[in-house]
Design a protein around this ligand. Structure first.
Ligand code: PAF
Length: 308
């Protein structure tokens, strides 16, 4: 199987490093020339949960060098999904599958529109990783990776992907209801990411303070109301308890959005709390806490980005 991982962020490097242990042909595609050359030369270094190790990975900034792929794993930030879906066109053959493990809601729709829905596999992962430097990551936590096709089918390629993932040490399962998984993960990100980015608190600290705990609960309640109206069944019965359990389970993590803010990068807010605000408007449901979180994160972003 020829596997291409797009995006050299924390998740991209984690999957590229693990998959490079397999006997499959694995490529990391990074549109930044200089960075790609650096990773090609030095490989990917990991520390943390899976020990301290290093591995060489074929890395390029030029899709033409790779040729057609069997699996493309999209690990770019959600606001770059559209551009990435265009850029990977030269890698597609009629059977190529595209797997998105990105945060938020909207990526599946964007990739489907550009590359065709039949190719798209969505997934959620509880693996945790933090980017320390170019090609260097801390493997912060281990967890399940669940993948599924939008139509609920389990094509043979998807089973092959699961097998490869499990062989290299991931805990990969398949689901027939990936929408419900994506929304369940969204609810967690809605509660944690923006609030931690604004307050600069680690996930665990968010529920130690009465004020942040109240805001977290309010954002999650609003999002769960939207999910209910859209008849999306979450994989947990009690969203508040679940989000608080994730805060405890990942207590020392700095959420991905907080990491973005600290690095003065654009965040994925539009694909997380922004989705709840947009759907709230469409459905006539008030979501003031999500609007407030969206506005604050946008304000922080605009203090260091020229055009957001
Ligand atoms: O985006 C993140 O940081 C993660 O999805 C989560 C679960 C909030 C843990 O930090």
């Amino acid at each position: 199987m020829k596997i291409v991982i797009v995006g050299p962020g924390a998740m991209g490097c984690l999957f590229a490093a693990f998959l490079s242990k397999s006997k499959e042909e694995v490529w990391l595609l990074d549109k930044n020339n200089e960075r790609a050359a650096k990773i090609k030369e030095s490989g990917i270094s990991l520390e943390g949960e899976s020990g301290t190790w290093q591995i060489k990975t074929k890395t390029t900034s030029n899709p033409q060098e790779i040729g057609q792929a069997d699996l493309i794993l999209i690990c770019v930030k959600s606001f770059n999904t559209k551009l990435t879906a265009e850029e990977i066109k030269p890698l597609l053959n009629p059977d190529t599958k595209i797997l998105t493990l990105q945060n938020g809601i909207g990526n599946v729709e964007i990739i489907s529109e550009i590359a065709g829905e039949e190719r798209v596999i969505a997934g959620v992962t509880s693996e945790g990783a933090t980017l320390i430097d170019t090609g260097k990551i801390r493997h912060a936590g281990r967890g399940e990776t669940i993948i599924g096709a939008i139509d609920g089918k389990t094509p043979v390629q998807m089973r092959a992907i699961r097998e490869v993932f499990n062989k290299v040490g991931f805990d990969c399962k398949m689901s027939r209801d990936i929408k419900s998984l994506l929304w369940s993960k969204l609810i967690i990100n809605v509660g944690i990411n923006a609030l931690s980015a604004i307050t600069r608190l680690s996930n665990g600290r968010l529920i130690e303070h009465e004020g942040t705990r109240r805001i977290l609960r309010s954002a999650v309640t609003e999002a769960a109301r939207i999910a209910k109206r859209k008849r999306i069944k979450l994989i947990f019965d009690d969203p508040l308890a679940k989000v608080e359990a994730v805060c405890e389970g990942t207590q020392n993590n700095l959420s991905s959005m907080l990491q973005d803010i600290l690095r003065k990068k654009r965040t994925e807010i539009d694909f997380i709390n922004g989705v709840i605000v947009r759907l709230g408007q469409e459905l006539g449901i008030d979501v003031p806490t999500n609007k407030f979180l969206l506005d604050l994160v946008k304000t922080i972003e605009s203090s260091y980005l020229q055009s957001v």
